[in-house]
Ligand binder design. Structure first.
Ligand SMILES: [Zn+2]
Length: 413
């Protein structure tokens, strides 16, 4: 291992590898964008490396993974008005800016759970080609909702099993990585209640089967017990938001290996902003009404051992892109240790996305998506939200953002 010439050697680091309960001092070697070696400091690093960086005991950790984002929403008080009023060209350019801000915040992978007109798929492509900066993007394309259901303004309205199948196939044809179903009403759509059941279990089962046949995972927006039960019985892979979870629902989630993505930052942002920030009354009222049900559901899910992945729902009102750390802080407040919150945003999020062997950890064989942090986020998550503390963001071994600049021989301050 020590003989091979590394593309990049990050030496003298304090490593949070995603799994280990504590940090350890050591170094990692990167070859062709992949982590090739992770060693404790007792093992001497190779003498040869194309680029070598002495981290001086700064923390090295996996890039964050946000499993619930809407790059097409602008976090204004009226993001639905935003996404529905712009031309596709305007929307694409603004989404590119949202993606760049998200990457600069240390999010190296995200899942976009609902956009308009497949602009998300176009953005995914240009980011993949390296033409624009952004996290790796997994896209849902258009959300599958019932006629007049939550998100209808930019989702695809379908009714009945055949229409749901067709709707899913349209997303698959466009190249969606994941399919999103609306199992209940929601906060941001006027006139629908979060507790109201929307797509039926039979409709979702037809759509989920169609997605699974194509090897795609599925996510359900569900803000009530019945909606969650319907989605889980239909075969869903993750429950987004969740609320009012009872023992039977939790048992079904455990049995079927269903993740919960609590998205606490969404409601918290609206409650903190209030109507003074320009939000409509009904949004603030619904957020407040559902806050305790969400927190209780999360606490029960955590206690039951349900897997939990980090998702911000960034783009929803006042829940801005590039402030993804907000969700980690919310999880912390809800009883997660900083380490547990970080695991929800790394190793567990990677598993939900189907990348547990190549993302979310610092381990040989994983992609070199890495953050260098001045401060220890396992003690204080706040350091991740301070621009000067996030020293570097790497994707596949390439420096994308931060205060450490690449020079021909080494990366340095
Ligand atoms: Zn959402």
């Amino acid at each position: 291992m020590g003989i091979k010439r590394m593309d990049l050697l990050l030496d003298n680091a304090l490593i949070f590898d995603g799994r280990s309960p504590s940090l350890f001092s050591g170094w990692i070697g990167v070859e062709q964008g992949t982590i090739a070696a992770v060693e404790h400091r007792t093992t001497p690093p190779p003498a040869q490396a194309a680029r070598r960086l002495d981290l001086q005991q700064r923390v090295l950790m996996p890039g964050l993974i946000d499993t619930h984002v809407h790059l097409g929403l602008d976090a204004s008080p009226n993001p639905v008005g935003f996404i529905t009023s712009l031309t596709p060209a305007e929307l694409a350019l603004r989404m590119a800016a949202h993606a760049a801000a998200t990457l600069a915040a240390g999010v190296t992978t995200l899942r976009d759970l609902g956009c308009r007109g497949h602009v998300d798929l176009a953005l995914r492509q240009v980011v993949q080609e390296g033409l624009l900066p952004g996290p790796r993007i997994l896209c849902a394309g258009e959300m599958i909702c019932m006629t007049g259901g939550h998100g209808w303004q930019f989702g695809l309205e379908v009714d009945g099993q055949d229409q749901v199948r067709r709707g899913v196939r349209r997303q698959l044809k466009a190249g969606a990585d994941v399919i999103k179903f609306m199992a209940t009403g929601g906060v941001c759509t006027k006139g629908v209640e979060p507790g109201q059941t929307q797509l039926t279990r039979e409709e979702m089962a037809a759509g989920i089967e169609t997605a699974h046949l194509a090897g795609r995972k599925t996510a359900a927006h569900a803000q009530s017990l019945q909606g969650t039960k319907n989605a889980v019985a239909a075969g869903i892979d993750s429950i987004e938001h969740g609320a009012d979870l009872d023992p039977a629902a939790l048992e079904a989630m455990l049995k079927n290996d269903v993740f919960l993505v609590p998205t606490l930052a969404a409601g918290a942002s609206m409650i903190a902003g209030g109507t003074a920030s320009g939000l409509e009354d009904f949004m603030v009222a619904k957020s407040q009404a559902h806050r305790s049900a969400r927190l209780e559901g999360l606490a029960k899910a955590k206690a039951a051992g349900v897997k939990i992945a980090m998702g911000t729902d960034a783009g929803t009102p006042l829940n801005r892109h590039g402030h993804n750390v907000h969700e980690l802080l919310e999880l912390n407040q809800a009883g997660f240790t900083p380490l547990e919150a970080l695991q929800a945003a790394t190793v567990h999020a990677a598993e939900l996305l189907g990348f547990k062997d190549c993302l979310g950890r610092i381990a040989p064989g994983c992609l070199a998506d890495l953050l260098i942090v001045d401060g220890d986020p396992t003690l204080d998550l706040q350091v991740l939200g301070v621009q000067d503390r996030l020293l570097a963001v790497y994707q596949s071994g390439q420096l994308r953002s931060g205060r450490w600049f690449q020079t021909p021989g080494s990366d340095g301050l």
